[in-house]
Design a protein around this ligand. Structure first.
Ligand code: ZN
Length: 496
């Protein structure tokens, strides 16, 4: 038998501006899977855990997987929930006997008692396993990496794709480095350079733009003998914490100063190109007008309007009404839209027969100053669902998730997916499973940033993105930052 490894997956991206707290239920609503159940549900999919297990099989590891837990992005993690998923991990680690620990984390968790959720988990683990046991992490590149995380984990590897389609590959990379560290072949540590920005100006997108070149340099540097991983993190701007923003990490050994100067060069490039925004953010009425013009050309495939600001994948509520309202005002038909997160409307719809007409105060209930007030609509109830779907795209392929109780309603000519739980649209099955085939519409309105491109770009005639003014608006000056270090771009002006 090879090395004995403890593994766990813990994921939460915390939007500190959300008025909603993230409690145990929010994790249970996404997933909370213990040991064998987690291995069965996630071990063969495109997950970090899948990558850990791939390497484990090669080296005959004895893997103890404690749990896999995630909540949809949202507000501060409540301490009882944090303790509830940390305690089993720390408890198992304290039993001892492990040669290494391998954790799949997001890297942007903020709790109601500390700014650095992942660092706090690592601090508790270190307390019971001591300072030298090898610990390896995988992170999402939308991590706000802290110095504490780098001090407490020797090995850190972030995904190199956005949309994140390389989770399993990165899981393998982290596990392979851990294997070498446990065998005593290498003695890695991780050094970090931070950029004075809220986030990389294109959110770290890797399909076009300067990140392609930066990642190429990172991969080339990784081929050196004493370099094991280079991670370029875009950061996550919706976290009002001191250590917000883009970071470059090098996990290596030998001349760490040389690694730092390599990282500094990448950091300088992120800074130098801080004004080169690739997206054009349409106001909602312009987006709707654009869609109307597009919809008259029957030869084209659908136009996709992606509302970045109300993206549940970054902690927005998903109940913003501004874009749907603009589409209705323009008289768009032959369109689909999703999700509109509104559990009260779902309750109302569940009291009616399929096919009946219902008047709803739709959406806009959580915090209408971000994304618009409820829309009074007269709709037809098309269908009711339990909300469960199984992804078939590059990101969610084979993984199941749920919107909670879900309904499809038709408003004028727009089919709207009304859901109980907030989920980012990033897989066609999030429509198809509920009888909406997005390919059959002229216009597709979705709440998502960038991630939707992996599955939706292949069916799109054209894509435009919009800022509905919801919680994840790219106009950061609308948010009341109090805790980020200053000066910071783009909130402050810098001398050239
Ligand atoms: Zn991410």
């Amino acid at each position: 038998m090879g090395f004995k490894i403890l593994t766990a997956e813990v994921s939460h991206e915390t939007n500190t501006f959300s008025v909603l707290q993230t409690a145990e239920d929010n994790f249970r609503n996404r997933f909370f899977l213990r040991g064998e159940t987690a291995l069965k549900e996630r071990g063969e999919a495109n997950t970090e855990l899948g990558g850990f297990l791939d390497v484990g099989r090669t080296h005959d590891w004895d893997v103890t997987h404690v749990l896999s837990v995630a909540a949809g992005p949202g507000g501060l993690v409540h301490k009882p929930a944090f303790d509830w998923f940390c305690d089993p991990i720390v408890g198992r680690a304290s039993d001892g006997g492990f040669d290494g620990i391998l954790l799949a984390l997001h890297g942007a968790m903020v709790t109601d008692f500390c700014e650095d959720g992942e660092g706090e988990l690592l601090r508790r683990i270190r307390k019971v396993v001591g300072p030298s046991l090898p610990i390896a992490l995988t992170l999402d590149p939308h991590a706000n990496v802290t110095q504490q995380m780098c001090d407490l984990a020797q090995i850190i590897v972030s995904f190199k794709t956005y949309p994140h389609i390389d989770k399993r590959d990165i899981g393998q990379q982290a596990a392979a480095i851990l294997q070498r560290a446990m065998a005593g072949d290498i003695k890695p540590s991780t050094t970090m350079i931070r950029v004075p920005m809220l986030e990389e100006v294109n959110g770290g997108r890797t399909d076009i733009g300067p990140m392609i070149e930066r990642l190429q340099k990172a991969r080339e540097y990784e081929t050196q003998d004493d370099v094991y991983a280079v991670s370029i993190n875009a950061g996550f701007a919706s976290a009002d914490i001191e250590e917000v923003g883009p970071t470059i990490l090098v996990t290596g050994s030998g001349d760490m100063e040389e690694h730092r100067s390599f990282a500094q060069n990448l950091a300088d490039d992120i800074w130098a190109r801080r004004n080169d925004v690739l997206n054009v953010y349409y106001p909602v009425d312009e987006a709707a007008a654009y869609a109307l013009a597009h919809s008259t050309n029957e030869s084209k495939r659908p136009l996709i309007i992606a509302d970045y600001a109300d993206n549940p994948g970054a902690g927005a509520y998903g109940d913003g009404t501004a874009l749907l309202g603009a589409m209705l005002d323009r008289g768009l038909d032959n369109a689909c839209f999703g999700p509109m997160v509104d559990s009260m409307s779902i309750e109302e719809l569940n009291r009616h027969q399929i096919g009946s007409r219902v008047t709803l105060q739709l959406g806009g209930k959580t915090d209408p100053q971000y994304g618009g007030p409820p829309l009074e609509v007269d709709c037809q109830l098309i269908s009711l669902w339990d909300g469960i779907f199984v992804g078939d795209g590059p990101m969610l392929g084979g993984l199941s998730d749920t919107f909670g109780a879900t309904a499809v309603v038709r408003i004028q000519g727009i089919d709207v997916l009304v859901t109980t739980l907030a989920r980012q649209m990033l897989d066609l099955q999030q429509f198809c499973a509920f009888g909406i085939d997005p390919r059959r519409y002229r216009t597709i309105g979705i709440k998502s940033m960038q991630h939707f491109r992996a599955a939706f770009e292949p069916i799109a005639g054209e894509i435009i993105v919009c800022d509905s003014g919801a919680l994840c608006t790219p106009h950061y000056s609308r948010m009341q930052y109090k805790n980020v270090r200053r000066p910071i771009f783009p909130l402050d002006t810098f001398q050239e």
